[in-house]
Design a protein around this ligand. Structure first.
Ligand SMILES: Nc1ncnc2c1ncn2[C@@H]1O[C@H](COP(=O)(O)OP(=O)(O)OP(=O)(O)O)[C@@H](O)[C@H]1O
Ligand SMILES: [Mg+2]
Length: 286
């Protein structure tokens, strides 16, 4: 039997007055691209933070490619080593704002050193070349030497994806990577995630508010409602009727127009081209 890329069993997390995760169990096979949907407060980010090993649960277990991330509510001591194989694309706190994009991407190479130690290290030309190739792959090589804080929201997400590429992440966790992006930037970021899944074999778990993006890019969707998994199956089956059944009368508020368009939104991502060769203009940036 193949080892699951992500295996979660009976995960529970309560905060004062709130059950954020209620017996959550799920399993992602290597190479899957899965959407995690749910209304605001349903537990998406809490689950992502547990999967990243940033917080301990009350009970339950999590493993990534067979390695346990938490045991008895405590994050394991070799979490840094496990995290080396996990790429993060989060809505906020993606990049170190005052550093150049290039440095933010190069951080992906430094698997076992602390961020602050790694920032003091010098990178050789081959490493810079690798980072620049990743920036070319996500289409923002012209921003390599800009401060991360000067990037647009979509460019920041793409820089975080470039860091995942450089890191050689086997699992990519993306928490609402397209929230607050315009439709064109959203499409680009989702296509890049799909490309990482298809061409680099990354297992991708992406949380989304928009059901139409889940149906368009992810064959499978897991839906959370008040900390519980209420659906885990093909995204194509997420019809407005089913969403209404899962989320009740609030569905239009929760998912906006998507609840009424989900049925017509089942189309594949556009075919991804092979990563482009490093252009000469980009090489000059090294
Ligand atoms: N550190 C915390 N302290 C107290 N409550 C918390 C904490 N983190 C999350 N919660 C609560 O847990 C629940 C789930 O929050 P979470 O951020 O996971 O939801 P979400 O699905 O990511 O929502 P959104 O779509 O708005 O990002 C919420 O009720 C939230 O208030
Ligand atoms: Mg969230």
């Amino acid at each position: 039997m193949t080892t699951a890329a992500i295996e979660v069993r009976g995960l529970c997390k309560t905060y004062p007055g709130c059950t954020a995760l209620d017996e959550v169990s799920l399993s992602l096979a290597p190479g899957e691209m899965v959407a995690l949907i749910g209304a605001s407060g349903s537990g998406k980010s809490t689950l992502m933070r547990h999967l990243s090993g940033f917080i301990g649960a009350d009970s339950g277990s999590i493993s990534v490619f067979g390695r346990q991330i938490q045991r008895d509510g405590r994050v394991v001591s070799d979490i840094r080593d496990i995290r080396a194989g996990i790429g993060f694309v989060f809505q906020q706190f993606n990049l170190v704002n005052r550093l150049p994009v290039m440095t933010n991407v190069l951080v992906g190479l430094l698997r076992r050193t602390s961020l602050w130690r790694s920032l003091l290290m010098r990178f050789n030309v081959a490493e810079r070349q690798q980072a620049l190739e990743a920036l070319v792959a996500v289409g923002i090589e012209q921003t390599a030497w800009q401060r991360a804080s000067t990037l647009s929201g979509g460019q920041q997400q793409r820089a975080a994806l470039a860091r995942c590429i450089v890191q050689g992440a086997r699992v990519v966790l993306a928490d609402e990577p397209i929230a607050s992006l315009d439709p064109e930037s959203s499409r680009k970021v989702m296509e890049l995630l799909a490309e990482m899944n298809r061409e680099r074999g990354c297992t991708v778990l992406v949380s989304l508010h928009q059901v139409e993006f889940a149906t368009r890019y992810c064959p499978r969707t897991i839906a959370l409602h008040r900390g519980k998994v209420v659906y885990d199956g093909p995204s194509s089956a997420l019809t407005p009727a089913l969403l209404r059944e899962l989320y009740g009368a609030d569905v239009d508020d929760l998912f906006g127009k998507s609840a009424s368009t989900a049925e017509s939104a089942v189309v594949g991502p556009s075919a991804g081209a092979a990563p482009p060769a490093l252009p000469q203009t980009a090489a000059a940036l090294l």
